[in-house]
Design a protein around this ligand. Structure first.
Ligand code: GLY
Length: 370
């Protein structure tokens, strides 16, 4: 079996690692991949957002299954294009990926379907004055978000009215987020602990993967600017079975049913970022993929062959597969070049990977679990 993984980060390395463990011994291709994935399969020098070239590659190379790591190709319609070419692929169509690609869409969708989330209003650049008036009426703290894809940097938590006005200007007036800032979502600040829940769905059935929590700030003790995540662990202790059941009933099931009813059935991984507020779990954001670094801790906890699970998603027969999880927990720490998440130097050689493999491979885990 030939599997193409799209993306080039730690998440895609984790996907390759988990797929490579399959008893079906798939041949792996990763586009563009990284030094880690090169040890598990063949890296293909195609950018993750070059949807046309990726589809031509998949067709030419008789790829049996494609798994998409990052959000951008999904929002650009990679799945639509692959499916039109008769290729099996795991991920939502562009219409369903709007849940991540447009925060304005996601918030309006949640409102339409009664899914718990913070109160909000959406404004375009032409509605700047109305946005200012809304901010003044709401006060602070408040959250200002660029509606489009902004690599995890588009949500600005504003502790004061001045900070909120500056954030609004950054998004709507100064074009800091480019196209992503053509619309702004202003939403009530939610207080509580965050956790992430992941549903794997074929459009009809879904299973929940282990929950996770990531740590976004760069500095020791949760200080400094936000990043894509400096580390994660799974499962999240705060996500009890009762809470997971509530999220299943109040968020996941109505979201999937709502998308199907709106003609955009969701297939793939739905990542729900949740805030545990005093009124119960509320959606902070939807993502249309696995998280990075959450994938690195969620995937090792899945006992069922990942090839079997993902193939069942692509072929719409997830209901026929029983998913089993390992006991125990997983943790991941991200190392980044100095300066991240601002400007930083790239191209350093990473030494010691072989030695690290010895530590992180099954020998480091309780015997019998893997
Ligand atoms: N770690 C956050 C994300 O992948 O969106």
């Amino acid at each position: 079996m030939r599997i193409l993984i799209i993306g080039g980060g730690g998440r895609e390395h984790a996907l390759a690692w988990a797929l490579a463990r399959s008893p079906r011994q798939p041949e792996l291709f990763v586009a563009p991949g990284n030094a880690g994935t090169a040890a598990l399969g063949r890296n293909v020098p195609l950018a993750a957002d070059d949807v046309g070239a990726l589809q031509q590659f998949a067709t030419r190379e008789n790829i049996d299954l494609t798994v998409v790591g990052p959000e951008q190709p999904l929002v650009l319609g990679l799945v639509d294009r692959f499916e039109a070419a008769g290729l099996a692929v795991v991920g939502p169509t562009a219409a369903a990926a709007r849940l991540e690609g447009s925060k304005a869409f996601a918030k309006a969708f949640m409102q339409r379907h009664g899914i718990p989330t913070a109160a909000h209003r959406t404004f375009t650049a032409g509605e700047y004055d109305a946005a200012v008036a809304y901010l003044e009426a709401q006060g602070a703290p408040i959250v200002v978000k660029a509606s489009g894809l902004a690599a995890g940097k588009g949500a600005l938590v504003c502790p004061t009215p001045e900070a909120a006005r500056n954030a609004l200007d950054l998004v709507l007036k100064e074009g800091t987020f480019g196209e992503a800032g053509h619309e702004v979502v202003i939403e009530a600040f939610m207080e509580g602990e965050e956790a992430s829940v992941f549903a794997l769905t074929d459009g009809d059935d879904f299973v929940l993967l282990p929950s996770a929590q990531d740590h976004k700030r760069i500095g020791e003790g949760d200080t400094g600017p936000n990043t894509g995540g400096m580390g994660a662990y799974a499962p999240a202790p705060i996500v009890t079975d009762a809470l997971l059941d509530r999220v299943r009933r109040t968020v996941i099931a109505p979201s999937l049913a709502g998308l199907a009813a709106e003609g955009a059935p969701y297939r793939g991984i739905l990542y729900v970022g949740l805030m545990m507020t005093p009124e119960g779990p509320k959606v902070v954001e939807f993502n249309c993929r696995l998280g990075d670094p959450e994938a690195q801790v969620v995937l090792p906890l899945i006992e069922t062959d990942l090839v079997e699970l993902l193939e069942a998603v692509a072929l719409r027969r997830l209901g026929e597969v029983e998913m089993a999880l390992h006991g125990g927990a997983a943790a991941c720490v991200v190392m980044a070049s100095e300066g991240y998440p601002g400007s930083y130097r790239k191209g350093f050689v990473i030494d010691g990977l072989a030695a690290a493999e010895q530590v992180t491979e099954p020998g480091a885990t309780p015997p019998g679990r893997w």
